[in-house]
Design a protein around this ligand. Structure first.
Ligand SMILES: [Zn+2]
Length: 334
């Protein structure tokens, strides 16, 4: 970047991708693991191609291949930083580990370490609230610089309304740690309680005062169902601490709500996110006539999925505030 461009970038609020998955196979001692399960098993070759990684990367030093590629992608994009997500194990409600469940695991210590090493990464930690050490782990993560908290209640088995979790939500609220929570359908990760992807599962943390970011704005897909976009939009009126992220909204089916996210009353409550390494697709926008064929070809030529998703949402008319809003919601450690 030349000097005038660099100073212009420094002068404006940072553009943040609030939903980027860290993944690994533990090859570097990260503690990550990955199980080839469900639909993801069939998507792996496409994901590797999208990431410009070898097809057998998962069997090699995948930890380092992925982290280096992700760093390059952020650096080569119009974004300034990416929130990288940890992924806790699945637990039973009594706090015992549910060993057989879960598609992948990314320890909090790993995302906290990567964020210390690279200014382009911001760490979002993941803690099942039934864990006997949940509050201690939360304190440890905040001391380590956590800026957000992430769970998929439908996969992790978290009924947020359980009274025993109230102290945990209160602690998140006190710490001003926003909760990025999966909502809507799920097609890549092993689920334990699909019903808990309903946005009403967010009510207990919202009422405890937590800033909640409903990942995917509670959208679903026509075939897989579980589309609660309108429920989420209604909830925005009652809960001023509720937001949504635009991650994976380029996926066919979910994409039908993208334009509705630009409406007055909604656009002021959405944050930019991609869901990489979930595939970024621009053909649904072409089929719906939202972008021209020329624009589609331009997007196809873009090999960096982070930049392709950013460019697509720009072409669809999302304003700068959507890309910078997370800056005012993420916790500022220190
Ligand atoms: Zn995701």
């Amino acid at each position: 970047m030349n000097a005038p461009l660099a100073s212009a970038a420094a002068a404006r609020p940072r553009r943040i991708d609030v939903h980027v998955h860290m993944v690994g196979n533990g090859s570097s001692g990260s503690g990550c693991w990955f199980r080839r399960r469900g639909l993801t098993r069939h998507l792996i070759p496409f994901m590797m191609r999208e990431l410009n990684l070898p097809g057998d990367a998962l069997d090699g030093d995948f930890d380092n291949l992925y982290r280096h590629r992700l760093l390059q992608m952020v650096q080569a994009s119009s974004l300034d930083v990416a929130v990288i997500l940890a992924q806790d194990n699945v637990y039973h409600e009594d706090g015992t580990l549910w060993k057989e469940r879960g598609s992948f695991y990314v320890p909090n210590s790993y995302v906290l370490q990567l964020a210390r090493e690279h200014a382009e990464f911001l760490p979002a930690v993941s803690i099942h609230p039934a864990r006997p050490d949940a509050l201690e782990e939360l304190d440890r993560c905040m001391a380590g610089g956590a800026v957000a908290f992430k769970l998929l209640p439908n996969c992790h088995n978290v009924d947020c309304s359980l009274p025993r979790y109230r102290a945990f939500w209160r602690r998140l609220a006190e710490a001003k740690l926003p909760f990025i929570c999966h909502t809507g359908c799920e097609s890549t990760v092993d689920e334990t309680r699909p019903d808990l992807a309903h946005p009403h599962n967010l009510i207990a943390p919202l009422e405890a005062g937590v800033t909640v970011i409903a990942a995917h704005c509670a959208t679903g897909q026509p075939v897989l169902g579980r589309d609660w976009f309108h429920v989420w939009v209604e909830m925005l009126k009652r809960h001023p601490n509720l937001y949504g992220d635009l991650s994976a909204l380029s996926v066919p089916g979910r994409d039908r709500w993208l334009i509705a996210c630009r409406r007055a009353g909604v656009v002021g409550r959405v944050l930019y996110g991609s869901d990489v390494p979930v595939l970024v697709q621009s053909w649904p926008a072409l089929l719906r006539g939202r972008i021209s064929f020329g624009q589609y070809l331009q997007l196809r030529r873009e090999r960096n999925p982070l930049e392709r998703n950013y460019s697509l949402l720009r072409l669809l008319g999302f304003p700068e505030e959507v890309f910078t809003r997370a800056g005012s919601l993420l916790r500022r450690p220190g």
